[in-house]
Design a protein around this ligand. Structure first.
Ligand code: HEM
Length: 448
């Protein structure tokens, strides 16, 4: 049967009877259990049903494939079977044409154009903007016995994003832009999927319209100018046959890119600072290697010399990955782990669950950056053991940018401040859609 016929043949409902799993409540399925604690939910399923099971989340049945082999098989997708657009269906209303919601040839041609903005020369320009933005924002932080780190870093990453991505100084519109991103992300996991009045989805859809219009107004100046921000790069980049992105493509790409960059990096930096506060010996080690570089701001060429910082950051991403679950949509039937899985089935693979796997990591629940040292190299036990940035065709396009931003921030932060946790502090995290501390992560911030 041709692929187009298979796709029209209707959903996979009823075809998953041979896959084990507990589908929860009528209508809502396992959604509430999953939102409450995704890791505990999956552990429960794994213990009962093994490494392959079905769940029902956000109104759709999904087959979960556990383990690093499954991650590799699905993400490398040698048979072009696993669509990302249909997989990320929760994002379709809000980010319909973002890079991650494109597939195969169309995805490849858009990605190739966007890559221009991530080459070494533009990256060096972004580094200057990052360093400048971090320096001016950090000096305004007020040391306190109860400094809420999460809102402060979210505000900082928004300012950096405005500068690097849009070429803007953030002014009065900062709060409105921030709220629009918050509303878009919150809508992505809204239980009510229709934009009815008063719903999260309605706020998300309105936020999208606001942001698209905001970006669209800036296109003419970016097309004519010679700015070194990402927005300008997208306006001027051409495909192999000389075509520019259309205005619609530009605003959609920017909207998705900012969302993909903002909350993920904020989340990663929050876990990183929690780790430095929780493990003062690592904070001292990181500060030591930063001081040894002897520069106020991090040079682009010196980035790779922050080896211990890198270890802590890798462990922070393993410990609390910003994107723990990756959905895909199987277009055709396939076989994996002894099961025949029918076509038109939603699939979920998980870098977050693999990051806690005892078959790959030694004592995985322990925060232990040295597992990434050359002599232990636990991350090299499987190609997909450590994959917080995904892998294959959709591997995070902003990975190097994110790593650069985190290094630039930590480099300045530890030179100015010491950070500690209040006595007996236990963080409470919201895991999805992107992990964040429910209490804003109150830390003791003191000047060095
Ligand atoms: C610590 C920070 C970040 C993490 C953990 C992260 C994680 C990820 C992951 C796991 C994917 C793959 C999703 C999939 O396969 O379904 C992804 C894709 C993507 N990320 Fe990131 N990301 C981060 C930062 C960024 C930044 C800073 C940018 C932009 C500068 C960015 C832009 C994107 C884009 C555009 C995609 C889609 C790529 C494609 O479909 O080809 N991300 N990210």
């Amino acid at each position: 049967m041709a692929l187009s016929e298979t796709i029209k043949a209707g959903p996979a409902a009823g075809k998953l009877d041979h896959i084990p799993g507990h589908m929860g409540l009528p209508i809502f399925g396992n959604t509430f259990e999953f939102i409450k604690d995704p890791f505990a939910f999956h552990q429960w399923q794994r213990e009962r049903y093994g490494p392959i099971y079905k769940v029902s989340i956000f109104g759709g049945q999904t087959v979960v494939l556990r383990g690093a082999d499954a991650l590799e098989y699905v993400l490398m997708d040698r048979d072009k079977n696993f669509g990302s657009r249909e997989g990320w269906r929760l994002l379709q209303q809000l980010f319909p044409n973002g890079l991650m919601l494109r597939d195969f040839d169309d995805h490849r041609s858009h990605r190739r154009i966007m890559q221009v903005a991530f080459k070494p020369k533009p990256m060096q320009d972004y580094m200057l903007r990052l360093n400048e933005g971090i320096a001016s924002n950090l000096t305004a932080w007020a040391p306190s016995q109860r400094f809420e780190f999460y809102p402060a870093i979210k505000n900082l990453t928004l300012e950096l994003g405005a500068s690097v991505f849009l070429g803007l100084e953030m002014g009065d519109e900062a709060a409105q832009l921030n709220q629009a991103f918050v509303d878009e992300v919150a809508a992505s996991i809204a239980v009510i999927r229709k934009p009815w009045p008063g719903t999260k989805m309605r706020r998300g859809v309105k936020a999208r319209a606001f942001l698209l219009e905001y970006f669209r107004d800036m296109i003419p100046a970016r097309r004519d100018g010679d700015g070194d921000d990402m927005f300008s790069q997208f306006c001027q980049a051409k495909s192999e046959d000389g075509a520019f992105f259309s205005d619609d493509e530009i605003v959609d790409h920017l909207n998705f890119l900012l969302m993909a960059a903002h909350d993920t990096t904020t989340s990663a930096l929050t876990t990183m600072i929690w780790a430095l506060a929780r493990y003062p010996e690592w904070q001292d080690a990181v500060r030591g290697e930063v001081m040894a570089l002897g520069t106020e701001q991090l040079d682009y060429d010196a980035m790779d010399r922050l080896e211990l910082t890198e270890r802590v950051f890798k462990e922070a991403l393993r410990f609390r990955p910003p994107v723990p679950f990756l959905p895909r949509f199987a277009r055709r039937p396939f076989e994996f782990g002894g099961y025949e899985i029918p076509g038109e089935t939603s699939i979920s693979v998980s870098p977050g669950l693999v990051a806690m796997s005892e078959t790959i990591w030694t004592d995985p629940t322990r925060f232990d950056p040295d597992r990434f040292s050359d002599n232990r190299a636990e991350d090299r036990r499987h190609r997909f053991g450590w994959s917080p940035f995904g892998g294959g065709a959709h591997k995070c396009i902003g990975m190097h940018f994110a790593i650069m931003q985190v290094r630039a921030f930590v480099h300045q932060f530890v030179q100015h401040y010491r950070v500690a946790l209040p006595e007996g502090y236990q963080p409470r995290w919201q895991t999805i859609p992107i992990p964040k501390p429910k209490d804003g992560l109150p830390v003791i911030l003191s000047k060095l």
